[in-house]
Design a protein around this ligand. Structure first.
Ligand code: HEM
Length: 357
């Protein structure tokens, strides 16, 4: 599905288009083992129960996180680059999700780089920067290591509770301790992957636009309303989650095409976000675009659970970046991530021109 209307048709109807057999192309051909346990690959009504647990645990964290802590972290990240030396913006942006989510979840800062690397191996196992062995082994090893990490962390919280998301996820299921921990492991895994693999790419794709056109920097500096509209355009433009997968449960017709039951259906979000019947001049980054009905966070029952945290983080990043710089230029080769799931940039060397005060 490449059109906005067809994408929405598929994503809102879980009865005909199930997520239970996997929601990413990497799982094609083998049913997802996390089905019924992980929120992304569970259909309603059970999905609502899993989702509510995760939202409750996260909501407290998002309130606590606010934008101020994140803004201070972004300022610290930017500071060394303001002397004008070449700086890999994509490498710095890769740290942002854990700067936002790490303290909320209660993950020690020393573990963030490794967690981020494992998350990328899990979504881009073909990319030379993240492949440890062949695709299948890289993927399995990354899953295994992340699950082992969260299992150990959750067991530790069981014995020594803390004021963090990991602890809040623990006791709410009424299942046995072992089952409760296993469900919480799936929650942690989906939160980590949802955040780490997407957010950095909205930042680097938008930075590339800023490097090409410094008026975009100025436009995002025109107050909270302009910034909010600019962030929605950044989300549409970058569309970091390139696709999501569903399977048909019965025969169905979409846009005049009959699809038999049991077929895989891929929704290409980046394409729907450039549907010219919905977005005028779709291949132009228009900072003030309104309305902006992008599907970057998906649509329907699986609409991104981290959308609020993502928007708070992007607000912090672009507030600080546009406040600190007048312009930026690309000063080396840009490398794109090798993945059909994440549309992203893995290397973006830039030179920043600080703002004169
Ligand atoms: C720019 C940033 C982000 C983008 C583009 C994005 C994109 C998406 C998309 C497209 C989906 C729908 C998947 C489907 O329909 O199968 C989704 C779901 C989800 N996202 Fe995000 N996401 C972002 C940030 C985050 C963050 C920061 C978190 C964690 C705090 C997160 C956690 C999740 C979770 C747990 C789900 C599953 C929700 C469900 O199945 O009910 N995401 N995201």
């Amino acid at each position: 599905m490449t059109r906005h209307q067809d994408a929405r048709r598929v994503l809102r109807d879980h009865e005909v288009f199930t997520s239970e057999r996997g929601n990413l192309l990497t799982t094609l051909g083998s049913d997802d083992v996390a089905s019924g346990r992980m929120v992304t690959v569970t259909d309603p009504p059970r999905h609502a129960r899993l989702r509510a647990s995760q939202i409750n645990a996260l909501a407290t964290g998002v309130r606590d996180a606010g934008g101020l802590r994140m803004r201070a972290a972004v300022r610290a990240l930017l500071r060394p680059a303001l002397d004008g030396h070449p700086w890999d913006l994509a490498e710095a942006a890769a740290l942002l999700p854990l700067m936002a989510l790490g303290p909320v979840m209660g993950l020690p800062a020393a573990d963030w780089p490794e967690l981020s690397r494992l998350a990328f191996s899990a979504v881009a196992p073909d990319d030379p920067a993240y492949a440890t062995e062949d695709t299948r082994t890289t993927l399995t090893t990354a899953h295994h290591e992340l699950f082992a990490y969260f299992r150990a962390a959750l067991r530790a919280r069981h014995h020594a509770p803390a004021d963090d998301l990991l602890t809040r996820l623990l006791p709410q299921f009424g299942e046995s301790r072992r089952q409760g921990i296993e469900l919480a492991v799936y929650h942690c895994y989906s939160l980590l992957l949802g955040a780490t693999t997407t957010l950095p790419h909205t930042v680097s794709a938008t930075a590339l636009v800023m490097a090409e056109n410094r008026e975009v920097i100025a436009a995002l500096r025109q107050g909270p309303k302009a910034l909010a509209a600019g962030i929605e355009e950044a989300l549409r433009w970058s569309s970091p989650a390139a696709h999501v997968l569903r399977h048909t449960t019965r025969p169905v017709e979409v846009a005049g095409v009959r699809i038999p039951p049991g077929e895989a259906v891929v929704v290409w979000l980046g394409s729907a976000n450039r549907d010219e019947t919905v977005f005028a001049d779709p291949y132009r980054f228009r900072p003030g675009r309104t309305p902006n009905r992008h599907l970057s966070f998906g649509y329907g029952p699986h609409y991104c659970l981290g959308a609020a945290l993502a928007r708070t983080s992007l607000t912090a990043v672009f507030t600080e970046l546009t406040d600190a710089i007048e312009a930026m230029e690309v000063c080396g080769p840009v490398e794109h991530l090798n993945s059909h799931f994440i549309a992203g940039i893995s290397r973006l060397p830039v030179r920043l021109t600080p703002r004169r005060r």
